[in-house]
Structures are given as structure tokens and as C-alpha cells.
Design a protein around this ligand. Structure first.
Ligand code: KIV
Ligand code: ZN
Length: 510
């Protein structure tokens, strides 16, 4: 058996994908969950990209203790300095430097010769090494690079102090056999490779990100880079859940272990989807709603007789909650805490108060409260933007009323609270939500524009909870913010989502 480290780049490569951006508090919530999940390395961001990126990396470095925290950096002193400033207070800091090594990228993107790239690797890996012991070097577009040149690039990186060599299939072009051959070739030719970790980073453009990563593990890779729900540039990165569960389920074949607590997989996936508002496809392996559902009679019969007939994994191992009916209107806070703990959620007392208050409100609207309802309330708390020092305070929906129907004007009345000021607004609109959103904009004096809107049921039954996700852009800067809200009343969920998006705009300093 060989040990494979899980390098999670949800908060860097994943966050780069459209619609997946997260604010500071959301990144911290996600990083804490990744720590519970047991990932070895969290790539927390690209420090030079923006002051916000650097601030979030520092906050994550302070928030987690068992994982290594990495920042990405190009091969230049400014990037490396920014990366080091961001991770230096982590218990286990790492600087992750990269440069492209394919002729295509060197000629058209970097406008550098092979010699210049090799020189930069030696100089800048040494520069980073003088600051940090743990250095990862990535050869961007490695899978399309000339093999002999790639060997030189990696050998220079090892000689300059790199402790991990990362082999990205940056554009998701390779096949499993090619990736496996490449790892074997590098193991045979790179000077000093036996003393460093061999990592792979496979994108999913042809749907082979996971298969390529697994082929590399079979060929001897000791680190895999991946993301929760497979988010990432374009078609995304290899999905963490699929890699980890393939290694666990086919341990006989891959002969490799990870340190992941698989029971945290489902929760991590739901949390990310909840934070970003990006839904998980029902057929997504491991974490999709249908991953353990058996529809046909023949399958159901088999499952009842012996689960192994149609289930190669136990849903409990992934942390899929049982859909049991759990609580009623008269349940107390203690019962809620117990139920949440049984579902794997440890909630601090102050947050439990908030969940309990929302549970009581929900219990007035819904006949029965299931574990999925409770989970929706719990996960959703991560979306609440809490005011931080120096950051604009948040706005809350107090109440609303909408008049709508065919051939009558759509009129909204909305009551908001911000900085202890209560405001009321009435507006007309093309539809009920248009009227409500206009009222919010006017009261808050913002030029927020609705770019996208979706609503879906997140729990079961006729009185299920609806989750609204909106994307609002700022008329001033063009920046887009994702907001979400949940309620059994879809207008309320939509208003909460819109206000949540605007709160994020305020949090970003707009
Ligand atoms: O896809 C890629 O090549 C990357 C590198 C920066 C590791 O994300
Ligand atoms: Zn990538």
C-alpha cells in the first residue's frame, strides 16, 4: 500500500470557475470543513491576485491547524513574496510555484525561450526555498510538454529545493494511459525524484480528470490535486469524492490509501453547493441525489435481499444522511442539537440559537421537519454575511407583501433593517419579484442588477423548502455576487437571496 496525499484546490482553482466565487467568511467555513474531511493540503488562493485573496489565505492559515496551507505564485519575486506573506503564519505553510513548460505556452503566452524558463525555475525555486521549506513546483501544461525538456525542468526544480513536483494536465487533453506513461517516464529520468512527492493535477475537459488522476496513482503518484464537486476552470478539476472513493472501493487494485474521513464527503459537497449556489447534478457519482437511489423493482428487490447486489459502496461511509422523519413542532433545542450531532454537525452554541429560531419558524409553516430540512437550515447559516470590523453592516429582511395576478399591477411592499434603521418601500414592477427587488434597490440606494435567478426545492414533499439563488451585478463596478435564501415561501426565499447578494456587495466594499 502507498499513501496518497489529497491536495484540495477548491478555494483556488475551484474558486476561479465562473459562479463559484466565495467571500471571506464562506472560504473560512469551507476551509474548516476541508480540515474535518482530512485533506492534507488546502490551496487557499493565489495571493498576488488581489488583496482579498491574500487576506483570505491569511485567515485560512490562522483557522486551520492540521492541514498544510498553500498559496499559488508565478515564478517571480513579487508573487513569491505575496504568497509567503499570506501563508507564513500557517502551522504548515507551502509555496506553490508554477511556470508553463509546453512549447505552445512558452512561445505564445510567456514569450520565453526554453533556456529562460529553465533559468527562472532554478532562480525562483531557490528564492522561494529561502523563505519556506515546503515548495511545490508545477510545470503548467506538463502533459503537452516535450518530455526531455520536462525532465530538465523538474530536475532543476528538485536541485533548487522543490519538495513536490506537480504534473498538470492543464487542458484536460491526456488519456489515462498517456498520463500513466508520463509518470513512469518522469520517475525514471528526473534527477532526485525519489526524494520528493509526485503530484498530478488533471482537468476534466474530456471527462477524464478522475480516470487520469487514478492512472497516475497506479503509476506511483503520491499526491492528487482535486476539488470538492469537481469545480474548477472550464469543465473543472478531478472530483475529490470520486478519487477518494475509487481508491477506497478498489483498494485491491490501486493499493493506495488516503487520510480522508470519507464520512465527511457528502457534507463537504452539500456545503460547497450551498455556499456557491451551484447545484449538484443528481447523477453525480458519490454525492448526487440519485447516487444511492434504486428506482427499478428488480434493483430494489436485490438491495433488500443483499445491498451488495447493486451497491458497491455503503452510503453511510460517505455520510449520506438517512431521510428519516426527525422532529416536530414541539421539539426543543436539545433535541435539535442531538439530531444535528447524529448527522455529523457540531454547532457552536450561538449558531444553534439561530438555527433553533429558524427551525421554530419553519415548524409553523411545515407539517413535518425531516433531516433534509434541518440540514438545509444548518448549511444555509454559512451564507449569512456577518459584519466584520471595518466592513459595512448587513441588511435584513423584516417582512414583505406582494400583490400579483393576471391583468393587475404587480406591487411590492418590503420592510428592511440596516444599522438599526427600519425602512419601508413600495414599488411597481413587471412581475412580483421585479417589484420587490426594485423596492430593495431604492431603499438601500444601490444600483444592483439581477443577472441570473433560479429556484428549486431542496427538501422533499409538497411543503418543501425552496432555495433561491440570484446573481446580482453592481452597476458601479460590474462585479457579480451570488446570493441565496431558503424558505417555504418562494417570494421570501427570493428576497432573502437578493438581499444576501447585496450584502456581499457591501462586504466587498461597494
Ligand atoms: O491547471 C493547471 O495547470 C494549474 C496549475 C497552476 C497547477 O492550475
Ligand atoms: Zn488547474
Amino acid at each position: 500500500m502507498h499513501q496518497v496525499k489529497i491536495f484540495d484546490t477548491t478555494l483556488r482553482d475551484g474558486e476561479q470557475s465562473p459562479g463559484c466565487s466565495m467571500n471571506l467568511s464562506e472560504k473560512i467555513v469551507m476551509a474548516r470543513q476541508l480540515e474535518k474531511l482530512g485533506v492534507d493540503i488546502i490551496e487557499a488562493g493565489f495571493a498576488i491576485a488581489s488583496p482579498m485573496d491574500s487576506k483570505s489565505i491569511q485567515a485560512i492559515a490562522a483557522a486551520v491547524s492540521s492541514c498544510t496551507v498553500a498559496s499559488l505564485a508565478r515564478l517571480n519575486p513579487k508573487d513569491i513574496d505575496a504568497a509567503w506573506e499570506s501563508v507564513k503564519n500557517a502551522k504548515k505553510p507551502r509555496i506553490h510555484v508554477f511556470i508553463a513548460t509546453s512549447d505552445l505556452h512558452m512561445q505564445y503566452k510567456l514569450r520565453m525561450s526554453r533556456e529562460q524558463v529553465l533559468k527562472a525555475i532554478t532562480e525562483m525555486v531557490s528564492y522561494a526555498k529561502a523563505k519556506c521549506e515546503d515548495i511545490e513546483f508545477s510545470a503548467e501544461d506538463a502533459s503537452r510538454s516535450d518530455r526531455e525538456f520536462l525532465v530538465q525542468a523538474f530536475s532543476n526544480a528538485v536541485a533548487a529545493g522543490a519538495t513536490t513536483l506537480n504534473v498538470p494536465d492543464t487542458v484536460g487533453y491526456s488519456t489515462p494511459q498517456e498520463m500513466s506513461d508520463l509518470i513512469t517516464y518522469l520517475k525514471e529520468h528526473v534527477a532526485g525524484i525519489e526524494n520528493v512527492a509526485i503530484s498530478v493535477h488533471c482537468h476534466n475537459d474530456l471527462g477524464m480528470g478522475v480516470a487520469n488522476s487514478l492512472a497516475c496513482v497506479k503509476a506511483g503518484a503520491t499526491q492528487v490535486e482535486c476539488t470538492v464537486n469537481g469545480i474548477g476552470e472550464r469543465a473543472g478539476n478531478a472530483a475529490l469524492a470520486e478519487i477518494v472513493m475509487a481508491l477506497k472501493t478498489r483498494r485491491d487494485y490501486y493499493e493506495a490509501d488516503t487520510g480522508i474521513n470519507t464520512r465527511e464527503i457528502y457534507k463537504s459537497s452539500r456545503l460547497l453547493s450551498n455556499i456557491t449556489g451551484v447545484p449538484i447534478a443528481p447523477t453525480k457519482p458519490i454525492v448526487g441525489a440519485n447516487a444511492f437511489a434504486h428506482e427499478s423493482g428488480i434493483h430494489q428487490h436485490g438491495i433488500i435481499t443483499n445491498a451488495q447486489t447493486y451497491e458497491i459502496m455503503n452510503p453511510d461511509d460517505v455520510g449520506v444522511p438517512h431521510k428519516a422523519l426527525v422532529l416536530g413542532k414541539h421539539s426543543g433545542k436539545h433535541a435539535i442539537r442531538e439530531r444535528l450531532e447524529a448527522m455529523g454537525y457540531e454547532i457552536p452554541e450561538e449558531e444553534l440559537e439561530d438555527i433553533f429560531a429558524r427551525f421554530k419558524k419553519l415548524a409553523d409553516q411545515k407539517k413535518t421537519i425531516t433531516s433534509s430540512d434541518l440540514e438545509a437550515l444548518t448549511l444555509h447559516r454559512s451564507r449569512i454575511v456577518r459584519p466584520e470590523e471595518g466592513v459595512a453592516s448587513t441588511c435584513q429582511l423584516v417582512s414583505h407583501s406582494i400583490t400579483s395576478g393576471s391583468d393587475i399591477p404587480k406591487i411590492s411592499y418590503v420592510k428592511l433593517k440596516k444599522d438599526n434603521n427600519v425602512m419601508e418601500g413600495v414599488e411597481y414592477g413587471a412581475g412580483p419579484l421585479d417589484a420587490a427587488f426594485k423596492a430593495v434597490n431604492k431603499m438601500l440606494g444601490v444600483d444592483a442588477r439581477l443577472e441570473d435567478f433560479s429556484i428549486r426545492a431542496v427538501t422533499e414533499g409538497e411543503d418543501s423548502i425552496g432555495e433561491a439563488v440570484v446573481k446580482v451585478s453592481s452597476g458601479a463596478t460590474g462585479e457579480t455576487y451570488t446570493g441565496s435564501g431558503i424558505s417555504t415561501d418562494i417570494v421570501e426565499a427570493s428576497l432573502q437571496a437578493y438581499i444576501n447578494g447585496i450584502n456581499k456587495m457591501f462586504e466587498a466594499g461597494e
